[in-house]
Ligand binder design. Structure first.
Ligand code: RIB
Length: 290
């Protein structure tokens, strides 16, 4: 099977700061790192490092050739990344000493992915494959509808959260993955808990408290505990978790095992500075001692 990811590709500019800036504050960074990021690229790299065949559907500008090359080096199928005359997306990320972050996004080419690129990619997909999206690209609703029509298992990570964007794809979803705050925001927008919206599998990530899975078929909820780590940078940990969960399911693991492996990957990730470039591979995840 394969994972098809309609996802963002960003250059991440990561500034280490003594604290997250307040409104109107000027603050000197203690370090600057540049790397590959974007919620989409992070998930694709995680899925590939977890052992899946992952094809990324996206777009970069003339300044993004390095990002595509790097994704390919990390094992992602990059044939369906369009090269546009629009700058590549980037993110300005502030990280404090506790590992918390603030992110400013410049969407760039991520919001101009051509419909022909999406169509060409999904024409290669097979029923039962997984299609995943996040809210950093164009064509989300179109992709979700196409995915459902083609018999793909359609997954959505509701970040950055936008109630309208989730509601546009909701009728087509098999998996919905969101964090606690996003779950509250979705409940406020719909009047229903996320697990009551008719999606087969809903995962709510709970940070240091782990993650909860709601099985829409049986009505059961199951908690997966978090692992004890001291975070230095939480950026990209949620994306790593999602990429690993989907990869586990793609490789035939039952949901509890897929989530447990994803929790280990996410835990390792928060002990590292950076995003796509430092996502652990399956061997590191299996060998890690917590
Ligand atoms: O989730 C982390 C990601 O959000 C970063 O890599 C950044 O590019 C933004 O998309």
């Amino acid at each position: 099977m394969a994972i098809w990811n309609l996802g963002s590709i960003n250059a991440d500019l990561v500034y280490a700061l003594p604290h997250l800036p307040a409104a109107g504050e000027t603050l000197a960074a203690t370090a600057l790192d540049r790397g590959l990021g974007g919620k989409g690229a992070n998930m694709s790299v995680a899925a590939a490092r977890a052992g899946s065949r992952c094809c990324h559907i996206g777009a970069v500008g003339p300044d993004g050739v390095w990002a595509v090359d790097r994704m390919m080096e990390y094992g992602v199928d990059t044939r369906h990344i369009a090269k546009l005359d629009i700058p590549t997306g980037h993110a300005v990320i502030a990280v404090d000493p506790e590992g918390e972050n603030q992110i400013i996004l410049f969407p760039g080419a991520n919001r101009a992915i051509p419909a022909t690129t999406l169509g060409a990619a999904l024409s290669e997909a097979a029923a039962g494959d997984i299609l995943v999206m996040q809210n950093e690209t164009s064509l989300q609703a179109e992709a979700a509808r196409m995915g459902r029509d083609l018999g793909l298992r359609v997954a959505y990570a509701a970040a950055p959260f936008d109630a309208q964007a989730v509601q546009a794809v909701l009728p087509f979803l098999d998996f919905l993955i969101l964090n606690e705050v996003e779950a509250q925001q979705l409940q406020a927008a719909t009047g229903k808990a996320p697990q009551a919206l008719g999606v087969k599998d809903v995962i709510i990530t709970l940070g240091a408290k782990g993650a909860r899975h709601f099985d829409g078929t049986t009505g059961e909820a199951r908690d997966i505990p978090a692992l004890p780590v001291t975070p230095v940078d939480t950026t990209g940990a949620g994306d790593t978790f999602t990429g690993y969960v989907l990869s586990g399911l793609d490789r035939g693991l039952p949901m509890p095992q897929a989530m447990a492996q994803a929790a280990r990957a996410g835990a390792l990730m928060v002990t590292r500075h950076g995003t796509a470039d430092v996502i652990p591979d399956l061997k590191e995840v299996r060998d890690a001692r917590f």
